[in-house]
Structure formats: structure tokens, C-alpha cells
Design a protein around this ligand. Structure first.
Ligand SMILES: Nc1ncnc2c1ncn2[C@@H]1O[C@H](COP(=O)(O)OP(=O)(O)OP(=O)(O)O)[C@@H](O)[C@H]1O
Ligand SMILES: [Mg+2]
Length: 443
């Protein structure tokens, strides 16, 4: 039996499997013969597929989305995104979130929440000529050469994915004429798209999957607002779709922790095991207790002591099955409750809970984690982030020179400084050697 995909992982970095590229086999054999050898055994089990899902992103590609006319971002284990206000850091972050929504079945509502596809399209001309960039020619409307599409895609070391969205043909039959349509989706083998490496191809309402040398029609009627991930969840029939969907669903975003007076993190919360901190931090006490019981409690206590010398935390179990947090500090006669903590202290504890999660995701995205932290706490935060890179790929958007400098000490740090050129987000100095190879399937 010849496998179409056989992935071997080194166990040296526990929790962050790395594909043994030598083991990736060509794709032109039968789907029924697919197997994964992740733990040294040949196996069809879901666990092995889920382990396979923990694969690192190697590139992100965005076209025609807000300030991003066309950007190909190389990614490494630790990615630090910086740039002045308005250069497009949040646009990049939002693009990644839209990709995450695709696997959750929510890309169309997510675009609607952003104001609709028309407002998310790049607002400039289709191309910016050299003369426009040099100010020799005015930026003006030109006749479009290509149909207007917003495209998002990413490459991993094994499979890659791209989605292309556009507006529907105007019709008086529906009031949903502004709903974006998924025009094309494609999953391919390896990092660079070639027709021969394509494994699953969705064009309009039709999805086809490669089966040996043939293409098999999987669906002819997929709705324009459904992604192929909504339709293809069979780990044996279409392992690549299953694996990518699980990869994307595993991404974790921390954008804004609430630390106001009424923030849920300050109050007693349900006492249930919480290996993943909620994105607004509402289950902080339970998440910390979960780390203490099944996670890396030594690092947790060290991180708190490093940030606040002599301080420690304790989780109190109340009679009504709720947990609350107590914070003991040098010089005080009694511990402080969650409600009494400063914004910065609470926020730091939230980062401790998020970054020391006992269930690390394949990708963790942190948007401006330095917010409301005193600069003296930033080395402690940087240590936590660097610790998290042992188990997860990290994407950190930051404005803080001190945090950036500390993260750049990491040998695998990929610092991406964004700039704006004629309204578009660019990575200055990117050339043919530093730009990841990328081809959109619909070009
Ligand atoms: N449809 C669009 N077309 C072109 N540019 C757009 C579009 N929508 C938003 N922008 C531009 O994107 C920029 C905002 O980008 P973004 O919010 O990502 O910046 P940022 O780097 O996160 O800034 P900050 O540091 O202030 O948060 C604005 O300058 C705005 O002009
Ligand atoms: Mg921003």
C-alpha cells in the first residue's frame, strides 16, 4: 500500500510537531490508502490527524484587502509585526481572522460586519505604476483588467489554501445582492500552487477532489456563502481538507482583555477545568488553576515572581462552585482580590494564563500585548511569549520598542516592519529572495 501522505515528526519539541519533509509523499495515489505515521505507528485515528494539524504557517498572502493591495508575508516560529500607526498591522491581523472564520463557516458574516466586501476592497487603483509611485502621474481610475476579487491564502509546510471572494452578479431577485460570494477555493500540496499540485478545487458551486490521476466531483451545489470546509469534513475521503480545517480552527486570537472595574476576570467565575483562556479573559481563575493542576506550574509561579518580586497567587474555591483569585504582595497584611488588582497586574496575569495554556494551539496571535503594562513588566511578558514559542507558532503585533527588542533576541524571530507607500501596506526592502513564492489558483 502506498500512502499519499506520510508525516513523520521529531519529538524533540514536545507539543509542536515538525514535519519530516523527507516523508511527504506525492499526491497521485489513492485517498483510501492515506495514512499518517505520527507516533511511529500507521494509523487512521483522529488524534493523528489532529496532531498533523499542528503545522506551522510558512507564508500568508493577501490581495485587494483594505490597505493591502498585494502582500506576501514570510512566516517563522515567532513573527513580530511592527509599524507606525495606520501602516496596516490590524489589517493584516484582520485578514488572518477572516481566514480563521472561513474554517468556522463565518467568513461571509465576518465581511458583512466589516462593512461589506465593497468597503473591504483596496480603495486605490488596480495597479500602482512606477510613474504614480514617483509622483509623475496622478492616481486615477483606470479601466479594470481583472475582475475584482479579495483573496486570502496561506502556505504550510505540507498543504496550502487560498480563497477568493467577489460580489455576485446584480439581480433584482434577491435582497442579498451585497453578500460576498466565494468564487474559488483551492487546497494544494506543498507551498506553491501549481495545477498539478492541486488536491481540492472549488469553482463557484462545484467542488472537485483529486483521486489518483482523476478528478472526482464532490459537490455541484455548494452555496456561494459556504466554504468547502463546511462540506468536507471526512478525514479519510479528504484528509487534506480535514487537516487544514483543524489547523485553522486551532488558531487562537487574543486581541483585547477586559480589565475595567466590571471585567469578568475580576469576579468569581465557574470552577471548571479551563485549559484555554477565553479571549476576553473571563475565566482567568479557572485557567490559572488548570495550569497549576495539569500544566507548567513552576513556570507560572516563576513568571509571577519575576514580574512582581515576592508576589504569588492563590485560587480560592467558594461554596457556590466558583473560583476567585487572590494576589499576595510583599508589604501587605492581606492578599488582594481580583477586584483590587491594578489594570496592569490583572492584564499580566491574563497573559500568564493565555501563554502557559496546557493546550497550546498551532498558532497564537497577540494584538498589542503591551497595552496598559508598565515598561518594566515587558521583559517578563517577553519571557512568557518566548516560552510559548516552544509549543506554538506566535504572531505578535506590537508598538513597544522594549518588547520588540526583547523578542528579537530569539534566534527564530521574524521581525516584519510594515510601511505605507501610496496608501498601500508594504514590507520595505522585500525582494525576490525574501518574498515567498506564491501563485493564486485563479490567475
Ligand atoms: N478599503 C481600504 N482601502 C485602502 N486603505 C484602507 C481601506 N480600509 C482601511 N484602509 C487604510 O488602512 C489603514 C489602517 O490600517 P490599520 O488599522 O491596519 O493600521 P495599524 O497599523 O493597525 O494602525 P494603528 O497602529 O493605529 O492601530 C488606514 O490608514 C486606512 O486608510
Ligand atoms: Mg491597529
Amino acid at each position: 500500500m502506498t500512502p499519499i501522505i506520510s508525516v513523520g515528526y521529531s519529538s524533540e519539541r514536545q507539543g509542536k510537531p515538525r514535519p519530516n519533509t523527507a516523508a511527504v509523499k506525492p499526491s497521485n495515489t489513492s485517498k483510501a490508502e492515506t495514512y499518517f505515521t505520527l507516533c511511529g505507528i500507521t494509523c487512521y485515528c483522529e488524534l493523528c490527524f489532529l496532531k498533523a494539524a499542528a503545522i506551522m504557517l510558512t507564508a500568508l498572502s493577501i490581495n485587494n484587502y483594505r490597505s493591502i493591495l498585494d502582500l506576501k508575508v514570510p512566516l517563522g516560529p515567532l513573527n513580530v509585526i511592527t509599524g507606525e500607526n495606520g501602516t496596516g498591522k490590524s489589517n493584516l491581523y484582520k485578514a488572518l481572522r477572516l481566514l480563521a472564520e472561513t474554517a468556522q463557516g463565518g467568513v461571509v458574516p465576518a465581511i458583512a460586519k466589516e462593512g461589506g466586501l465593497d468597503s473591504t476592497f483596496w480603495a486605490g487603483p488596480e495597479t500602482l505604476s512606477r510613474a504614480m509611485k514617483q509622483g509623475e502621474q496622478a492616481v486615477e481610475y483606470t479601466v479594470r483588467q481583472r475582475t475584482k476579487r479579495m483573496k486570502l491564502g496561506f502556505a504550510t509546510e505540507q498543504f496550502s489554501y487560498a480563497i477568493s471572494l467577489g460580489l455576485p452578479v446584480p439581480s433584482s431577485q434577491t435582497m442579498f445582492g451585497q453578500d460576498p460570494e466565494i468564487k474559488r477555493e483551492c487546497i494544494w500540496n506543498g507551498q506553491v500552487y501549481r495545477p498539478s499540485s492541486s488536491l481540492i478545487d472549488r469553482k463557484g458551486a462545484m467542488i472537485k477532489a483529486r483521486s489518483g490521476r482523476q478528478w472526482q466531483v464532490i459537490s455541484q451545489h455548494i452555496a456561494s456563502y459556504h466554504s468547502l470546509f463546511d462540506q468536507m469534513a471526512d478525514p479519510v475521503a479528504t484528509p487534506e481538507a480535514f487537516q487544514l480545517r483543524e489547523t485553522i480552527r486551532g488558531w487562537r486570537f487574543y486581541d483585547h482583555f477586559r480589565t475595567d472595574r466590571d471585567a469578568p476576570a475580576r469576579q468569581a467565575q465557574l470552577a471548571t477545568r479551563t485549559p484555554v483562556l477565553h479571549h476576553d479573559g473571563r475565566d482567568l481563575a479557572a485557567a490559572l488553576q488548570t495550569i497549576i493542576e495539569i500544566g507548567d506550574k513552576e513556570t507560572l509561579f516563576k513568571a509571577i515572581d519575576y514580574a512582581f518580586p515576592g508576589a504569588s497567587i492563590r485560587i480560592i474555591h467558594h461554596a457556590d462552585s466558583r473560583f476567585s483569585l487572590e494576589f499576595s504582595q510583599q508589604g501587605l497584611l492581606r492578599p488582594l482580590t481580583g477586584a483590587e488588582l491594578s489594570d496592569g497586574t490583572l492584564r499580566f496575569l491574563l497573559w500568564v494564563a493565555a501563554l502557559l495554556t496546557p493546550r497550546p494551539p498551532s498558532l497564537m496571535v497577540l494584538n498589542e500585548p503591551e497595552t496598559s503594562l508598565h515598561p518594566d513588566l515587558l521583559p517578563a511578558l517577553a519571557r512568557l511569549i518566548l516560552h510559548a514559542t516552544k509549543h506554538s507558532q506566535l504572531w505578535v503585533v506590537s508598538h513597544s520598542p522594549r518588547l520588540i527588542a526583547a523578542l528579537e533576541q530569539h534566534p527564530d524571530c521574524n521581525a516584519i516592519k510594515l510601511e505605507k507607500e501610496m496608501g498601500q501596506t508594504v514590507i520595505p526592502g522585500q525582494d525576490i529572495l525574501t518574498t515567498p513564492s506564491w501563485h493564486w489558483p485563479d490567475e
